[in-house]
Write a protein that binds this ligand. Sequence first.
Ligand SMILES: CC(C)(COP(=O)(O)OP(=O)(O)OC[C@H]1O[C@@H](n2cnc3c(N)ncnc32)[C@H](O)[C@@H]1OP(=O)(O)O)[C@@H](O)C(=O)NCCC(=O)NCCS
Length: 184
Amino acid sequence: MERPEISNLSIRQETPADHQKVFQLLQEAFKDQEFSDQREPELVKRLRSDAGFVPALSMVAETGNTIVGYILLTEIAISGPEGSQTSLALAPIAVCTSFQKKGIGSKLMRHAHKKAKELGYTSIVVIGHEDYYPKFGYQPAHGFGITFPFEVPARNAFILELEKDALLGVQGKVVYADAFFEAE
Ligand SMILES: CC(C)(COP(=O)(O)OP(=O)(O)OC[C@H]1O[C@@H](n2cnc3c(N)ncnc32)[C@H](O)[C@@H]1OP(=O)(O)O)[C@@H](O)C(=O)NCCC(=O)NCCS
């Protein structure tokens, strides 16, 4: 399949004017993903209203006037016997299908990591594909003694240290905001 060339790719903070386009992008990108429940557009809507929402960490990748990618990091906590440590959860990342495998996802990841670090965050957790996240330095969360409030295969649960030894002495359960879960 022929794929469009990328010109002038830029990454910037999402604004309310982007919400509808981001919604459509998420619908399209996750449409045929077997692992997905296709509810990512609604998840992002809920997360934007969450106390853990960090506007600077809700970012779009744009070429010309077209939004071709999106990434969101939301503040969460890792809570254990030694206390609670602030962290971030990566969910979701998406690139529209006709622009995939051109490096846009990688650029979004690296840009988001850099921004998070600038804002003083020290780690990021993600549940996702075992082949994708290790490329960006993510390591198995269980190796750090970090657990999740739901069943997740160990091979799909990752954490990234944004600085060396950021997780020394940090272990416990990831505490997500309610917005991560749909109301019953
Ligand atoms: C995952 C996704 C964001 C990657 O974006 P992208 O722009 O295609 O990624 P890149 O071009 O930067 O590719 C980065 C690398 O990841 C690989 N990769 C891409 N999608 C992958 C996937 N679903 N699983 C495993 N590896 C993948 C690429 O082959 C590439 O590997 P390489 O560097 O060894 O060549 C994009 O495929 C997407 O939106 N998928 C649908 C939504 C989704 O699955 N999101 C992630 C879960 S929240």
